[in-house]
Ligand binder design. Structure first.
Ligand code: DON
Length: 580
């Protein structure tokens, strides 16, 4: 069980761990072979964990999940409860107006799948949706108001999770969230900080302002947030299942609210929406099995590419500076491919097998220079600043050995800011995750091309990377929010786990990030010593110290040899992990 220190404590605990970052090495001896599969090795006696665990970004969400486990629910039932509770108590991070990915492992038959509840573009959307008459991208239009909202996938995902994998009725698993929405909860400092940042987006929506502000201002400390419209919407979902959200009263209110404010949703958009099960990206390395998110997330593919490249570097780096340099160069090359190749698998052909093959990685890293940074050659456009702890992740392990890793989002904090009147549903602004124009950066500085261009009914490319990692002795369940940095944060968690770094340390230790464009090596305070900063700069890296900590990782570690289960919540956030 972990507690959550305040911001100053976080800075200290992060900085205090800096030497742990690279000394353990990066596991460069890894040989990684990629293959897509939906069944883990299920032979041999099935060991069960002695305890269950939940790690989530909010104590009330962890509590909601534990309540469902105590009532006889499995990890999938608990995942419904945690998803719904997070939507209520972290309304700025995820919600019923958003989407996400639930990575599932069912213990009795080792079935593994990624439940894709990612938003889709409305059917009336088109590739130039966010360009003005002069053909220029208007960033605000993809981030604020109903035009920026994709068709939500979280409600459909929850129905599918409950019906396909859970054993309790939705009325029971959604009940904690309904209670939190109706009775209210006291908002924290995180809420007030991001509400101040998205104040104008919330003010632009009368129902959004009424729900999340007080007299059009950031609510005072200790404010109790009640969301009765959302409670009613959840009850309609609980009683009606898919149709309880995507048809009837809720759908009609969503569509009429969106259209009255200039949006383009139709009832058909909602009626057509389905969550989809996809084969996760699976890879083996150094005796570990990695299972992570498949497209329309770029997470799994990039994780495999980076691990493959790290394995292919010869000779393997020895000093800390060389390791950071190698890691940066592999990140740079993987994100270049993200922009070139990846998108919605239902709309674009992607060479996934080739991209995740060790031979391809060896080719990508052929121009690696152990002494010099490789400049990113594509020209840079304006790079917006982005924050890093919105969106949300939770991890669950039950006593049967069922696992869930889920990352959920409405994109920017408080999403589009828009609430269709009478629904309590805050809509996402996930349309900004599309490439609005080739080579033009989105809110996370990511560029893209044709593969991620807007098209009717298409899912926008994501970085969300819920991940399982497994050896014969250990199972890890992990993930984090953080926009484009999600993948490199999960990577650093994976490397920590593989290197045997204690769970609390690999969650807390300072992180680095590179994403091809902008061409800069970002680092959290304490990640690089002054000497490393000097040496990396001399090698041609453009270094940037991040002002705020990034990520909010939630992870579980199950030691199969002794049955022990540990869970930890990132000290950067206000989450809560509990084993019981
Ligand atoms: O799907 C994605 O990649 C983004 N919409 C995630 C946004 C996010 O993590 C924001 N939090 N910092």
């Amino acid at each position: 069980m972990s507690t959550s220190p305040g911001r100053a404590d976080v800075a200290r605990s992060v900085a205090g761990r800096r030497r742990a970052l690279w000394l353990g090495g990066l596991g460069f001896a890894a040989l990684l072979l990629a293959s897509a599969g939906v069944r883990a090795a299920c032979d041999g006696p099935q060991v069960r964990p002695a305890q269950a665990a939940i790690a989530s970004a909010h104590p009330l969400a962890t509590e909601a999940g534990l309540k469902i486990l105590d009532a006889g629910g499995n990890a999938f039932d608990a995942a419904v409860a945690v998803t719904a509770a997070l939507a209520v108590v972290e309304p700025y991070g995820s919600g019923f107006g958003g989407g996400g990915f639930w990575l599932l492992h069912r213990a009795h038959d080792c079935h593994e799948t990624m439940l894709d509840g990612r938003e889709r573009a409305p059917l009336a959307a088109h590739r130039d949706l966010f360009l003005d008459d002069a053909g220029q991208f208007v960033p605000e239009s993809a981030l604020v108001g109903p035009l920026s909202a994709g068709i939500p996938g979280t409600p459909a995902g929850l129905v599918q999770l409950a019906e396909g994998y859970g054993r309790l009725p939705l009325a029971q698993t959604l009940a904690p969230a309904v209670g939190l929405a109706r009775d209210g909860f006291d908002i924290g400092d995180g809420y007030r900080r991001v509400a101040a940042w998205r104040l104008s987006a919330l003010r632009a929506s009368p129902a959004g302002a009424a729900q999340f502000l007080v007299d059009d201002e950031v609510p005072p400390r200790g404010h109790r947030l009640r969301q009765p419209d959302l409670a009613d919407t959840l009850e309609r979902l609980a009683s009606g299942g898919h149709a309880g959200f995507y048809a009837g009263e809720t759908a009609e209110r969503l569509v009429s609210g969106v259209r009255a404010a200039g949006g383009i949703w139709t009832l058909e958009d909602l009626a057509e929406y389905r969550a989809v099960e996809r084969e996760p990206i699976v890879a083996q390395f150094r005796g570990w099995r990695l299972v992570s998110a498949a497209p329309p997330s770029s997470g799994g593919v990039l994780l495999v590419q980076i691990l493959n490249m790290l394995s292919a570097i010869e000779p393997q780096p020895e000093s800390d500076t060389q390791r950071v340099h190698a890691l940066t160069e592999t990140m740079r090359r993987a994100y270049r491919d993200r922009a070139r190749y990846l998108g919605d698998p239902d709309h674009v052909e992607m060479p996934i097998e080739r991209l995740t093959h060790p031979h391809y990685a060896a080719g990508l890293i052929r121009d690696f220079d152990p002494t010099r940074a490789t400049p990113s050659t594509t020209p840079e456009t304006d790079v917006p600043a982005s924050e890093g702890r919105d969106t949300t992740h939770f991890s669950i392990l039950d006593r049967e050995g069922n696992r869930v890793a889920a990352t959920l989002s409405i994109n920017y904090p408080f999403g589009s800011g828009f609430v269709p009147p009478g629904t309590g549903v805050l809509l996402n602004d996930e349309m900004d995750d599309f490439s609005a124009q080739p080579g033009v950066a989105n809110a996370y500085g990511l560029v893209g091309g044709e593969a991620n261009a807007i098209a009717p009914g298409k899912r926008m490319l994501s970085s969300m990377s819920p991940t399982f990692l497994e050896s014969s002795e250990t199972v890890a369940i992990l993930g984090t929010p953080g926009g484009s940095r999600i993948i490199t944060m999960v990577l650093q968690g994976v490397l920590g786990a593989v290197d045997g770094v204690p769970l609390e340390d690999w969650i807390a230790r300072p992180r680095i990030h590179h994403q091809y464009l902008p061409d800069r090596l970002e680092f959290e305070s304490g990640a690089l010593s002054p000497a490393e900063q000097r040496d990396l700069t001399a090698m041609g890296h453009r270094l940037e110290l991040l002002i705020r900590p990034i990520g909010d990782m939630q992870a579980i570690l199950w030691d199969r040899a002794n049955g022990q289960v540990k869970a930890a919540s990132d000290p950067r956030g206000a989450g809560h992990a509990e084993v019981r």
